[in-house]
Design a protein around this ligand. Structure first.
Ligand code: HEC
Ligand code: HEC
Ligand code: HEC
Ligand code: HEC
Length: 457
């Protein structure tokens, strides 16, 4: 009797296990297969020679940084980093592959025969794992599918600026899945300082960018505004995930990573005179959290009503609340429960605000007013390197949008070596350095005054 009972249990257990593993398998299948960029490059697909149909050709020949993103894991810097960090090698390290190859999206997911990690940041890194849509998207019926039907198949529609910004931010700001922390930076990784309108302008396009600009002449400003909202949202999500994992492990307080604070508040050259060093009462000995992304996101949120007719007040205020708590996290005294709530709130408010900017309109008069404030001597931009670079990028984005919408130059400069490029060279790293060693904030105000005087309006 007892034997049959036992065998019954065994049977039950095996069916249970079988059920479990088939469910696990099902979960595996739910991650679409990665096809690999080689699956897109056929001449009859995206490997042609014209703008439309030649996307892969354009990507292979011009988007060199993304195509080579895996290759840089063999560079001298990467080899040194791996040594420093005690890794076997950079090109096999999941942490590096997370952002330097398409494989990082689904390290354990299924891969097609033509998938190769060597393709770096390939098509599917941005457009979504193609296993479930690669065949469908060549069919006539593809065009009749809705955006959400396509999304269900794993296809990312990158036409909305918000979707585009989210994609870039995953690697260029970081996510709970992968960040560039202070250890990586100290070992040699460049600091991530992402600003969407600038990076978007630098990215060689494999689509009809001119047509896009025609449809949305304010695209540059939209990229600028949404980019700031989405970058601050990415930081909020990293903060939330950190607080929640602290809670899970029974820790009541959160310590965050140094890379999220103002580098220059700690790393000033002690041998240099204090002239030009920002004297911000509240940042002395207490570097600001999110010094690169948070202050500009708050400025843009305050400009949002005037510029796009959209209220950014809720996002501005909840991001401010989060920043206050995160300020305590450097010393490990930020309460995890409050921090997790504040970070989720900030993320949700930023997302709402950011989405409201997608289709709202603006006009030259409003852009001119923004430009006026960007070149005001009394401004909200911090006198730090981070603050002034962000201000400079804001001036560039606004000028570009004004040029597209009005066909006029917003500044009149007497010479080719104009004031704006002078501003830029003040901010540039000296040759041989990866830091703005010679930045002197007292040089900025005269430049701003000159810019004001050069406004054409
Ligand atoms: C969160 C995403 C992320 C992670 C994780 C990451 N990187 Fe990067 N890495 C980037 C981005 C984005 C850039 C480009 C930065 C820029 O120019 O703005 C970059 C740049 C680099 C560069 C400079 C490349 C050049 O052309 O000079 C090296 C080297 C590098 N990464 C190596 C590594 C190594 C090694 C690891 C793992 C230990 C790693 N990265 C992890 C995102 C990441
Ligand atoms: C760094 C991110 C990124 C990578 C990598 C990338 N794309 Fe794109 N791609 C975009 C963005 C952004 C757009 C513009 C939005 C849109 O039209 O969907 C775009 C547009 C397209 C379009 C639409 C063109 C149009 O006019 O409708 C095609 C087709 C395309 N990409 C194919 C590819 C292929 C094939 C690869 C790989 C060989 C690739 N992309 C790699 C970001 C990327
Ligand atoms: C899967 C991760 C990933 C995604 C998604 C991604 N990038 Fe990158 N990007 C990288 C890495 C890694 C590098 C550095 C590679 C190198 O140096 O070869 C890089 C480099 C760049 C550079 C060159 C930066 C420099 O210092 O010259 C630009 C510009 C850029 N990316 C823009 C974008 C934009 C715009 C998007 C969104 C449409 C985007 N990237 C999406 C990972 C990514
Ligand atoms: C709160 C102070 C603080 C902040 C903020 C900070 N660091 Fe550091 N950093 C340090 C200290 C202390 C060290 C030396 C110990 C170590 O290697 O971790 C260091 C080491 C480094 C090193 C290695 C230097 C060497 O000679 O080996 C680099 C590079 C670096 N930091 C860059 C950065 C960057 C870039 C940022 C901003 C994204 C930043 N740090 C933010 C305190 C800080």
């Amino acid at each position: 009797m007892s034997i049959s009972f036992r065998s019954l249990t065994v049977v039950c257990l095996t069916t249970l296990l079988a059920g479990l593993s088939s469910r696990l398998l099902a979960a595996d299948v739910a991650i679409p297969r990665l096809v690999g960029a080689a699956g897109c490059t056929a001449a009859s697909c995206h490997g042609g020679n014209s703008l439309i149909g030649g996307e892969a050709t354009a990507w292979l020949s011009r988007d060199v940084v993304h195509r080579r993103a895996f290759d840089v894991l063999f560079s001298e810097t990467s080899v040194r980093m791996a040594l420093q960090l005690g890794l076997k090698s950079a090109h096999t390290e999941a942490r590096c592959l997370a952002c330097h190859s398409t494989v990082g999206m689904h390290p354990d997911g299924a891969k097609g025969e033509r998938f190769a990690v060597e393709f770096g940041v390939g098509c599917e890194s941005c457009h979504g794992a193609a296993g479930d849509w690669v065949a469908r998207h060549t069919e006539r019926t593809w065009r009749s599918l809705s955006v959400s039907q396509k999304a269900d198949l794993g296809f990312h529609d990158l036409r909305p600026v918000n979707a585009r910004a989210e994609k870039c931010a995953e690697c260029h700001v970081g996510s709970p899945r992968a960040t560039v922390d202070h250890d990586l930076i100290a070992a040699g990784h460049p600091r991530l300082a992402f600003e969407l309108s600038a990076y978007h302008a630098l990215l060689p396009k494999h689509w009809d960018a001119a047509a896009e600009l025609q449809r949305d002449p304010a695209q540059e400003l939209r990229l600028w505004a949404i980019g700031h909202a989405v970058s601050a949202k990415a930081l909020s999500e990293i903060a939330a995930a950190r607080a929640e994992s602290a809670l899970k492990s029974g820790t009541k307080h959160v310590t965050s990573d140094l890379a999220e604070f103002d580098c220059h508040a700690c790393h000033h050259d002690l041998a240099e005179p204090t002239r030009g060093r920002p004297t911000l009462r509240d940042s002395l000995g207490s570097p600001r959290w999110g010094s690169w992304s948070v202050p500009p996101a708050r400025v843009v949120a305050r400009e949002s009503h005037q510029l796009f007719g959209q209220d950014g007040a809720a996002a501005e205020s909840s991001l401010g609340q989060l920043a206050k708590l995160m300020q305590q996290s450097r010393l490990g005294t930020a309460p995890a429960v409050q921090l997790s709530l504040a970070a989720r709130q900030s993320s949700a408010d930023l997302a709402n605000w950011s989405r409201s900017l997608e289709y709202s309109t603006t006009e030259p008069e409003r852009m001119n007013q923004l430009l006026d404030r960007l070149v005001a001597t009394e401004s909200e931009w911090l006198p730090t390197w981070d603050g002034q670079v962000q201000r400079y990028l804001g001036i560039v984005a606004t000028s570009r949008s004004l040029r597209v919408t009005t066909g006029r130059e917003p500044f009149s400069f007497a010479s080719d070596a104009n004031v704006l490029s002078n501003f830029r060279s003040q901010l540039a790293y000296p040759i041989g350095y990866a830091t703005p060693r010679s930045f002197d904030s007292s040089a900025v105000n005269p430049i701003i005054q000159e810019l004001r005087q050069s406004l054409t309006r």
